[in-house]
Design a protein around this ligand. Structure first.
Ligand SMILES: [Fe+2]
Length: 185
């Protein structure tokens, strides 16, 4: 993972999670969760976040920071459950870099550069569907990020082309997403 190349998406592969972490995810996803902090160890004091899951998130976030933290740039970590749709349009983030780990539920959709009509980004739109179809060359080539892996998406302030992505639709499906999102602004 580096700021000195053209790659705007890095995926940090991992093996299957230990059973205790899987149980902790199921437990945490039952309730609304919205934690925001600059200090990852704060997660350990959260009653609604099982310690094994808190430790896993801390580990991912600390690695992200250890590689990419930039002098003078703010950072934070959000751990959230999502029961509704959000960020339905394909977009790049106006940040330096973002780490996304989806612990359960549908995962973030990303687009490879050769499947993207970059000139359509930010144009007027009539509906989510209409806009997203225009931004993509082939919607069958949308890629869903892997569950539980840490993915780093570089944003507009990184000097690279921002990685284009959107949150998956979940409303009406009965599914819950549990995400840990680290941001270097
Ligand atoms: Fe985003």
């Amino acid at each position: 993972m580096s700021v000195d190349d053209d790659c705007n998406l890095y995926s940090i592969k991992r093996d299957a999670l230990p059973e205790q972490v899987i149980s902790a995810i199921k437990e945490a996803a039952k309730k609304p969760l919205a934690i925001k902090t600059k200090d990852p160890s704060f997660l350990l004091s959260q009653q609604n976040l099982p310690p094994t899951l808190a430790a896993d998130i801390m580990h991912q976030f600390n690695y992200f920071l250890s590689v990419l933290e930039q002098e003078g740039l703010e950072f934070d970590l959000k751990v959230q459950t999502h029961f509704k749709d959000s960020c339905k349009l394909f977009h790049g983030d106006n940040v330096f870099a973002r780490m996304i780990v989806t612990y359960c539920g549908p995962t973030t959709e990303v687009v490879e550069e050769d499947n993207l009509n970059r000139d359509q980004l930010g144009t007027d739109w009539e509906s989510f569907e209409e806009y997203n179809c225009r931004v993509l060359k082939d919607r069958n080539k949308i890629i869903n990020l892997e569950l539980t892996w840490a993915h780093v998406l570089f944003g507009e302030k990184s000097g690279k082309l921002p990685q284009i992505h959107r949150a998956p639709d979940i409303e009406g499906t009965g599914q819950v997403r549990l995400t840990a999102i680290g941001t270097i602004y």
